[in-house]
Design a protein around this ligand. Structure first.
Ligand code: ADP
Ligand code: SR1
Ligand code: MG
Length: 406
């Protein structure tokens, strides 16, 4: 079918032609409304008119960046990568990825399970909700998606096939290069310039050449490392969950990139939320829960990744019999330490970009009281700076928790 931009009426007409959707709704009529609150795309909830709990989600990419407007063109091919990534991750960790009912690269559209009993993690964290299974779930998601798409599991030809399939996601990788690693740390028209103007904190970070050199190193890792298929935008707005289940949505930034990038994104968002509570609510108990969760996610990731690696004797990287067991164990420990270190570096960049860059987040930019917001921003920049300046000397998860607490 030839691409056209849908609206709440034409999406229903389109779905009438899709067998899987018609089977889902059976004899029920259905209607659509737009619920997207993301930066890039349009998201429709398509509900049965007789039973509104029976619903599906239809998400379509339009040929521009939604949060800026039609004057910022962005090719809709990003949905091709979202479809490919959802399909791939669904095979690896089916319990953490919504069920797919229909995908069309031509229409840049996906129809998926409606997560009606799940909430976006970012808003729940702001509301001080706790989730007993979150660290267990998300560490399993991270360990499995990263391990099974890496050269520690795949053979060389399969890994290169994976790179071919994902690494033309040029425009979204460039968005990250620009908005995560560059524009947020210099004068730029896309920044939150009301806040940048006459702000000593902005001047401090924009003129900190030692910090900016380290950011360049991390940007270079992002641009050149092809470790594993990553989600590419794993902030707390890309996670929907409840007490029992956790889902990861929105992998349109997916490409074969550095191991530490998704872990770093999650770490950054947990720490920015910690800063929110430190400054706004002062809720000690909740801050403790956030620190415990951060600790568990990182430790459990390490254990699970190690375990997966131990069960794989032969891969593109390691040929069985190549080195003795104790050397291999040392090698693996060092390898995992370097993933942790890079995660901390990426987390620093991802925390700091939310202060002055485009696409601020509710945890920080959403703080209504100006003085408190300025305090939160300063704290975010201080922790982020420490992450970026010290990432390659981090030895353990305890070191990271120490930096946050201090
Ligand atoms: P974007 O690509 O524009 O960032 P998202 O994929 O993040 O879009 O979706 C935007 C919003 O739509 C989410 O924040 C969430 O509220 C809602 N949403 C997306 N997918 C689902 C889903 N499967 N079930 C329920 N709500 C969803
Ligand atoms: C201008 S792109 C804005 C941001 O939205 C996405 O969620 C990514 O984080 C991207 O950097
Ligand atoms: Mg999103």
């Amino acid at each position: 079918m030839k691409y056209k931009v849908l609206d709440k009426n034409s999406v229903v007409n389109y779905l009438f032609e899709i067998q899987e959707v018609m089977e889902f709704f059976g004899d029920d009529d259905f209607e659509a409304s737009e619920i997207g609150d993301g930066n890039l795309n349009f998201v429709y909830i398509v509900k049965s008119t007789t039973n509104p709990k029976k619903a599906l989600i239809a998400k379509q990419a339009v040929p521009y960046l939604r949060c800026v407007g039609e004057e910022f063109p962005l090719s809709r091919e990003r949905m091709t990568y979202e479809i490919r990534a959802l399909t791939k991750f669904k095979k690896i960790v089916p319990e953490f990825v919504p069920k797919l009912y229909h995908t069309s690269e031509d229409m840049s559209l996906v129809v998926m399970q409606y997560l009606g009993e799940h909430q976006i993690l970012r808003y729940d964290l702001i509301d001080k909700k706790t989730f007993p299974n979150f660290s267990e779930h998300i560490s399993t998601y991270l360990a499995n998606t990263l391990f099974y798409t890496s050269s520690l599991y795949l053979q060389s030809d399969d890994k290169r096939e994976l790179i071919k399939k994902f690494n033309d996601n040029t425009e979204l990788c460039k968005l990250t290069e620009d908005f995560v690693f560059t524009f947020a740390f210099m004068e730029n028209e896309t920044n939150d310039n009301e806040n940048v103007k006459d702000n000593p904190l902005a001047a401090k970070i924009f003129n900190d050449m030692e910090f900016k050199k380290r950011v360049l190193d991390l940007k270079y890792k992002f641009m050149t490392q092809t470790d594993a298929l990553i989600h590419g935008d794993l902030h707390t707005g890309s996670i929907m969950l409840n007490n029992d289940e956790t889902y990861v949505i929105d992998p349109e930034f997916a490409f074969v990139g550095p191991f530490g990038f998704d872990i770093g994104a999650l770490l950054a968002n947990l720490v920015n939320n910690y800063v929110h509570h430190h400054i706004v609510t002062g809720d000690q108990e909740y801050k403790e829960w956030l620190l415990k969760t951060t600790y568990e996610v990182l430790e459990m990731f390490d254990e699970k990744f190690f375990e997966l690696w131990d069960s794989q004797k032969d891969s593109a990287l390691i040929t069985d019999g190549y080195i003795d067991d104790s050397t291999l164990e040392q090698y693996k420990s060092q390898f995992l330490k370097s993933i942790l270190q890079d995660s901390v570096g990426f987390a620093g960049c991802k925390m700091a970009r939310r202060v002055f860059g485009v696409a601020g987040v509710e945890d920080i930019r959403g703080i209504k009281n100006k003085e408190l917001r300025a305090k939160a921003e300063e704290l975010v920049i201080n922790i982020a700076k420490e992450f970026v300046m010290k990432y390659d000397s981090i030895n353990s998860v305890e070191d990271i928790i120490e930096i946050i607490k201090r």
